[in-house]
Design a protein around this ligand. Structure first.
Ligand code: AMP
Length: 430
């Protein structure tokens, strides 16, 4: 068994007795929330394409090995993977994030040799982490994100961050805080890690047990630890120890963001849970959410990851946004279409069925008011659903080759020949 495998599922009561219920940490998006989620993801696709990204769809599960390449010290790899052995005894993990599968696909399909770079792709869908479920943190959640592979220029970093911010703005996610940092590169990081771990060693007594352990494994992750905030507040800052090239890159990213109108705050503690970042990292937070789970998403540059997957090294940059939290932050998006016309059928001869089909084929959202029920009950159903138009057909209308249209907003009713029905309903709806 891999050291990173999650604990067994003993904390999940599963199904008890006759009660059917969803697994722990998952949720049902009942209407209208399912539609809101879909609309959010569609809006992201529109925005990503505006920036030159194309859709990629990778499997929802991968060989566990794929995610181990993110670095064993990465939190999502160490603690949060939803892993299991399949019937062929393969170590499988439900994808906890989107970058590793994209990089795996980039290398596997030799994209660098076949396509012009940068290769710009976007994705969206379900992701899985074996976490202790709490507000804003579930075992299945949805993300949208982009990855751009093969471009080292700082303008790419600014573009990627601009896309994340513009999208969140466009869907009305409320007030947003943009935090940026630089994690340096292979030139300056070893030196800074040394300085930083010396600092942690000097303050070891004040650190939590996990961070004491991190001093020798992955000291920078102590910056992420809420329990050790007081210590790390006074720690040396990476942004003060960058090599010349990383400093210039970070300066250019900040300049680019300012030119695009984004007010980015440098947060020297922003290392993010993933281990593979080089140079730029960023996070977008929503002050409307609880402080512990207020990150809507973030990302950064990962110039060495393609190499870790066995490809020719290619510099790259990406981000992922949590859709559930974006909606919770107040994204004012609505995906459902209201029914525009209800067919009240008291002819019982198939006339209502034909009218309904005609309305729908003409692009009018229509439904039956209440098949087989009384006229009064069907009219009441129209009111309860707030439908603007009722199309009524009874034996008399049918005999005359007509239908009645009642505008429920005004109470006005007219009778029209069947041939004019669609045009009249459209007129009333426009
Ligand atoms: P990360 O890949 O950890 O940076 O996650 C990016 C974003 O995905 C976060 O800022 C959250 O909005 C969302 N996210 C990550 N993990 C979860 C989770 N367990 N439940 C809900 N949303 C999550």
């Amino acid at each position: 068994m891999l050291s990173s495998s999650p604990a067994p599922l003993e904390d999940d009561p599963g199904m008890t007795g006759d009660r059917v219920q969803a697994p722990k940490g998952t949720s049902d998006l009942l209407p209208p929330f399912g539609g809101r989620m879909e609309a959010l993801e569609s809006a992201f696709a529109v925005m990503a394409r505006l920036y030159g990204y194309q859709r990629i769809i990778t499997p929802t599960f991968e060989h566990t090995e794929v995610f181990l390449r993110l670095g064993e010290a990465t939190d999502v790899v160490r603690k949060e993977m939803y892993s299991f052995s399949d019937k062929g005894d393969r170590a499988i993990t439900l994808r906890p994030e989107g970058t590793a599968p994209v990089v795996r696909a980039f290398v596997e399909h030799g994209v660098a040799k076949r396509e012009p770079l940068p290769w710009k792709v976007f994705y969206g869908g379900p992701f899985f982490r074996y976490e202790n479920p709490q507000k804003g943190r579930t075992r299945e959640f949805r993300q949208v994100g982009v990855e751009a592979l093969g471009d080292p220029h700082p303008d790419l970093d600014a573009e990627v961050i601009d896309l994340a911010m513009s999208f969140l703005r466009s869907v009305g996610s409320g007030e947003l805080d943009l935090l940026v940092n630089s994690m340096g590169d292979s030139v300056c990081r070893p030196g800074f890690v040394r300085i930083f771990s010396e600092f942690l060693s000097d303050h070891a007594d004040d650190l939590c047990a996990e961070c004491r352990e991190r001093i020798s494994t992955n000291p920078l992750r102590a910056l992420d630890c809420k329990a050790c905030r007081e210590v790390t507040e006074h720690a040396p800052r990476f942004v003060d120890h960058l090599c010349d090239e990383c400093r210039a890159h970070f300066g250019a990213v900040r300049e680019g963001l300012a030119a695009l109108g984004w007010d980015a705050r440098v947060e020297p503690r922003l290392v993010r849970g993933l281990d593979y970042y080089t140079r730029t990292t960023f996070e977008v937070q929503s002050p409307a959410l609880d402080a512990a789970q207020n990150a809507l998403g973030g990302g950064g540059r990962y110039d060495y990851l393609v190499g870790e997957f066995g490809g020719e090294p290619e510099p790259a940059m990406g981000f992922a946004l949590g859709c559930d939290r974006t909606l919770a932050a107040g994204a004012g998006i609505d995906g459902e279409r209201q029914i525009e016309a209800s067919v009240v059928d008291v002819a019982e001869s198939g006339a209502g069925r034909a009218l309904l089909a005609e309305l729908r084929r003409a692009g009018i959202a229509a439904d039956a008011a209440g098949r087989g029920r009384s006229f009064r009950s069907q009219m009441r159903a129209c009111e309860r659903r707030g439908v603007p138009i009722a199309v009524i057909v009874g034996p008399d209308e049918e005999a005359r080759g007509a239908a009645a249209i009642k505008d429920l907003r005004t109470g006005t009713q007219i009778e029209v020949p069947r041939a004019e029905l669609v045009q009249q309903v459209k007129g009333l709806l426009s």
